[in-house]
Design a protein around this ligand. Structure first.
Ligand code: GLP
Length: 249
């Protein structure tokens, strides 16, 4: 059963989750974290940087794996997810560079790059805590709604909805790359604990379908219902369509 936590604001949620990550790191300093990009985790990353500055968190032995990256995008490109993570988190905390893992969007061999990533995650002992965002269409990482989903890390063709959602990074949807590399459903669901974060009214309908609807490849996040340690952390706006159904969760 998915554990649900609802906070009044995205800030309250982010503070609580940053403290939760600090606790997990204190309990296991070599924690392996899976990390998302997007607008949703920005306040969380701000909190983690603030916690680090006040001595409240130590990343020195942690390892991170990001979920996805645009294909054809070098890590140095300011529009890459890699650069996004440096700006919002990595430049502000003591995570050693060699312990930060990313899919290389500039690879000439997508399949080989995906296999390398799977091996690196396995070598690290698997992901202890996977933080997820939620695409407006129910995608996680870049696992888009489809007739069938892919288990391992793989190249993906992005949907028009996802390209529109990422338009701000690129100054227009048409400039968003049409392909990406993403951890697969099994890569994500092998994580020992998953916390999906979703905030804002635009996600409310998707959140309700994810938690109270059927498990379907048309809404990849609905598979969370099958994970034994999955949590969904929401603000009031994202939870607004759940009210009548909460009792059933
Ligand atoms: C992108 C990322 C996802 C993320 C999603 C939601 O598509 N690949 O991992 O969850 O955006 O973004 P936002 O948080 O901006 O709504």
């Amino acid at each position: 059963m998915v554990r649900l936590r609802i906070f009044t604001t995205p800030e309250a949620l982010s503070q609580a989750l940053a403290r939760e990550i600090a606790r997990a790191l204190a309990a296991k300093p070599s924690l392996v974290l899976g990390l998302p990009t997007g607008r949703t985790p920005i306040p969380l990353y701000r909190e983690l940087v603030r916690l680090y500055a006040s001595g409240g968190i130590d990343f020195s032995r942690a390892t991170t794996f990001n979920l996805d990256e645009f294909l054809g995008m070098a890590p140095t490109d300011p529009r890459s997810y890699h650069a996004f993570m440096r700006r919002h988190l990595f430049d502000g905390v003591n995570l050693p560079r060699r312990q930060i893992h990313f899919l290389n969007g500039a690879t000439g061999h997508a399949a080989r790059e995906c296999a390398r990533y799977e091996r690196a995650i396995a070598r690290a002992g698997g992901i202890d805590l996977q933080i997820l965002g939620l695409g407006v269409n129910g995608h996680i990482g870049f696992n888009e709604p489809a007739r069938a989903l892919v288990a391992g890390t793989h190249p993906v063709t992005l949907t028009a909805a996802t390209r529109r959602a990422n338009a701000a990074l690129f100054g227009g949807a048409s400039a968003v790359p049409s392909e990406a590399l993403s951890m697969g459903m099994a890569t994500i669901f092998r994580a020992k604990r998953i916390v999906l974060v979703s905030t804002g009214a635009t996600k409310a309908r998707c959140v309700a379908r994810m938690l109270a609807g059927r498990i379907t490849t048309r809404l990849p996040a609905s598979f969370l219902q099958l994970h034994s340690h999955a949590e969904v952390w929401l603000d009031g706006a994202a939870a607004s369509r759940l009210k009548t159904r909460i009792a059933a969760l």
